[in-house]
Design a protein around this ligand. Sequence first.
Ligand SMILES: C[S@@+](CC[C@H](N)C(=O)[O-])C[C@H]1O[C@@H](n2cnc3c(N)ncnc32)[C@H](O)[C@@H]1O
Length: 354
Amino acid sequence: MNKIINILKEKKSIPLDQFINISLYSKKFGYYMTKNPFGKGGDFITAPLVSNLFGEMLAVWCVAFWEHLEKPKKILLVELGPGDGTLCKDLLKTFKQFKNFYDSLEINLLEISDKLKKIQKTKINNGKVKWIKNIKEINYGPVIFIGNEFFDALPIKQIYKKKRLFFERHVSLSNDNKKIIFLHKKANNNLIKRIQSLNLISTGNTIEYPIGAIKFLETIAKQINKFGGGLLTFDYGYNVKKNQSTLQSIKKHKYINILSMPHHSDITSHLNFKLFYKILKKNNLDVKKITTQNEFLKKIGILERAYILSKKMTFKEKANMFYRLKRLLDYREMGNIFKVLFAQKKGKKFSLGF
Ligand SMILES: C[S@@+](CC[C@H](N)C(=O)[O-])C[C@H]1O[C@@H](n2cnc3c(N)ncnc32)[C@H](O)[C@@H]1O
């Protein structure tokens, strides 16, 4: 908290995206740089931690995509933001059952946090796995990019529209320097032009501009165009036109005010999947119709797999597995709010899960 207060004292105000970036990713104090926020004892739970069937289904999907690509001798899997490493660990476990795929496989993990990298390294001890700092380092393919809750953890800008004027949301200090507050400043012309060119202005008066995610999407698209492959991502999000604030902050599994605990709580936003779709298309990729986590996992066969596993389980084990499955699939839990996007190099027509 002091770190951000000092910055605000010095700078008077900073745009929302900078505030998110400092809160989550500043080297010494950032939330993800100093904490392990995952799991029951942490602040939130993600799909790989809910059930290992999530990773198993993603592994099956990757193998099927590799087969569709005509089983290239080398295939690179890049996980974006691997968190505590659970997904990668579960993927590897299933991949080992597909020998030819496994022999062709290398994995790169893109992780900003040294703290999380250490945790990942304790879970994943496999010569196939390397950590990278930048997607631009990738120099062969085909590449399968996968991410779970990666894009929704990246900084966004918010622009407030009043009649014909545009204001950017900034973060500042109250007069007594004690409280962190929001304020609006006139948006600069470049920013207005950018949101106009992305056609983000429609209904509602708060426009979210996912500046961090867009940069990643453009680099990822370039790499896919160059080396072949695709991007499969799961994130909180919506697929309708709406302009409203979707920022949220979570601490100990409860929503809190996003300004109340910088560096100590998670800050995310819901993704505008219509915008993601448009950007990836503009970057020459073939993008499937956005689907939900529920539909995607069911199409891969998660229920059938669970029934097979359940035959050898005790009643208690079965109850536990189906309880977790319900969390992943139920429309009131993760099944609907999590959307799935798949973009691939033009000319390929892989559609499993969609
Ligand atoms: C919400 S967590 C998701 C974790 C994991 N995928 C899961 O499902 O449990 C976001 C992850 O992305 C990482 N991350 C965020 N921004 C990043 C960036 N610019 N480069 C690399 N990793 C980043 C975080 O450190 C964290 O590991």
